[in-house]
Design a protein around this ligand. Structure first.
Ligand code: GLN
Length: 276
């Protein structure tokens, strides 16, 4: 769009080339206004520097950049999480994983979120269950910085550790954890989805193990018994076609009560097992 001519809010919304909702989200963010304000003041003119900024963001969105990275946040479980290119964008499916943690966590229980990314799982659990002792690990210092920012903004009491899975430091005591939870990189390296949509812009190490999509599960499942209390639970998010493999891996590693929960689309998404 021509940035020399001042245009109105309504006119930008209609002409920027983006779906209406996305256009509105960008407009609200850049101008720091509400949806109601846009409805009431649709004829207000946009200043030229704001218009330049809006058009740049619209161009980036049209080129495929995820809206969440352009806005700098995504809502998860009714809370706003800061996201940057260092972390996976929280997905609605992962709310099932949180529900499962909440259902399995005893009072004053200990939770460990492995590969926390933005911190969405750990922080949500800490906010929903202030009695819980919540730990979160990530190998990426950049991701941990985002997670710490989110924990501070949401006043969540989470202990963060840096390192690969169970090597993260600091970490909870051996045999002390009630629930280990993870949404690890589970996409196989040759899966075409990595070349599509938002995934092209997300950190590849958060999406794929650069192999068959199962190596993180292998590490997490085989190492869990060392940290879980007897009768503690391991809860995993996985791909729609990985449920049977995960159930087999859990059975081979002495877990019981193995069960896979479908997501809202009816796809196998979250599998749980209890340490015998
Ligand atoms: N659910 C994500 C997707 O398919 C993948 C997340 C992950 O690898 N943990 O878009």
């Amino acid at each position: 769009m021509n940035t020399d001519t001042p245009i109105t809010l309504d006119s930008w919304l209609h002409n920027c080339g983006l779906p209406r909702l996305e256009a509105r989200m960008l407009l609200q963010q850049v101008l720091d206004i509400s949806h109601g304000y846009i409805i009431a003041h649709g004829q207000q003119l946009i200043g030229s520097s704001d218009q330049t900024r809006l058009n740049q963001l619209a161009q980036r969105r049209l080129a495929g950049e995820p809206l969440a990275y352009l806005l700098g946040w995504r809502e998860f479980y009714s809370r706003r999480f800061q996201v940057t290119e260092a972390v996976l964008i929280p997905r609605p499916e992962t709310e099932h994983l949180v529900e499962s943690v909440l259902a399995h966590l005893p009072e004053h229980g200990v939770v460990w979120d492995l590969g926390t990314g933005s911190g969405a799982i750990a922080i949500t659990v800490a906010c929903e269950r202030p009695d819980a002792q919540v730990w979160a690990a990530d190998i990426s210092a950049e991701a941990l910085a985002v997670a710490r920012t989110n924990a501070a903004a949401l006043q969540a009491d989470v202990s963060f550790g840096q390192g690969s899975w169970y090597q993260a430091q600091p970490q909870p005591a051996v045999n002390s954890v009630d629930v280990i939870v993870s949404n690890p990189p589970y996409i196989a390296v040759h899966d075409q989805h990595l070349q599509q949509g938002d995934l092209r812009f997300e950190p590849q190490h958060a999406l794929t193990d650069n192999y068959n999509g199962l190596t993180a599960f292998q590490t997490i499942i085989t190492g869990a018994a060392h940290f879980l209390r007897p009768d503690g639970w391991l809860l995993l998010e996985h791909g729609f076609d990985q449920g049977e493999t995960i159930r087999t891996m859990l059975a081979q590693n002495n877990f019981s009560q193995i069960y896979t929960q479908p997501d809202l689309a009816g796809l196998e998404r979250v599998t749980q097992g209890q340490r015998k």
